[in-house]
Design a protein around this ligand. Structure first.
Ligand SMILES: [Zn+2]
Ligand SMILES: [Zn+2]
Length: 224
């Protein structure tokens, strides 16, 4: 699988280019302030972008969407429950002192959990994982015919290496987030590589065993 990530200050949010080494087809996930870096990589490697996928609509994950859409001319996909956040993203950026280009309309909304489509020799499926915000989803990548997420799981701001997404923003909810982590993300095998919205990658097994927020939640609820 092709995988390229980039992050820049102030948010250090990971933008990703993921796709197929044989066909050169890729998707761009969460283009933000690092969008120029992602686009330069796509040009240099002569990649064929098929879609812009959003894990969620917080400003750090969408500030490069307009530029990516204009250059790549591919549809934008998002979960419908983040429509209000997407609509407010430019104003949200202003609160941080950022001048964000108005966002183009979303072209398609995810219809629900399950298969999204293929990117060359790879399947992309998604699961709704709310809690950090109403419309956060995770994307699972696997070679067609193999187990979902065998190539990795892109989780947005739900789960980080040793931490979890914040739940104090509008639409955030802590128990909902913890259920998304323990019931949805932890349904994937322990060796699944996790690509969070910020910071280094991790694995499902490592977070299941050692994430302090997860362990605390397990103790409180008796969940396993
Ligand atoms: Zn977020
Ligand atoms: Zn973020």
């Amino acid at each position: 699988m092709l995988l390229y990530t980039a992050a820049v200050p102030p948010f250090m949010k990971n933008g990703l280019v993921i796709g197929c080494e044989r066909t050169r087809q890729v998707v761009v996930i969460d283009p933000g302030d690092e969008v120029d870096d992602l686009l330069a990589h796509i040009r240099a490697e002569r990649l064929d972008t098929v879609a812009i996928l959003l894990t969620h609509a917080h400003v750090d994950h969408v500030s490069g969407v307009a530029r990516a859409r204009r250059e790549l001319q591919v549809p934008i996909w998002m979960h419908p429950d983040d429509r209000p956040i997407y609509a407010a993203a430019v104003d949200q950026g202003r609160l941080f002192g950022l001048d964000i280009e108005p966002l183009p309309p979303v072209d398609h909304y995810f219809a629900g959990d399950g298969m999204w489509g293929t990117v060359g020799d790879y399947d992309v499926s998604l699961r709704h994982t709310p809690g950090h915000c109403p419309g956060n989803v995770c994307f699972a990548f696997n070679r067609t015919g193999e187990t979902p997420a065998s190539e990795g799981l892109v989780v947005g701001d739900t789960l980080f290496a040793g931490s979890i997404g914040r739940t104090d923003l509008p639409g955030g909810d802590y128990p909902t987030l913890m259920r998304a982590i323990t019931e949805v993300l932890f349904s994937y095998p322990d060796d699944t590589v996790v690509f969070p919205g910020h910071g280094p990658d991790t694995t499902i097994g490592r977070e299941r065993r050692s994430n302090p927020f997860v362990l605390d939640w397990m103790r409180q609820t008796g969940a396993r």
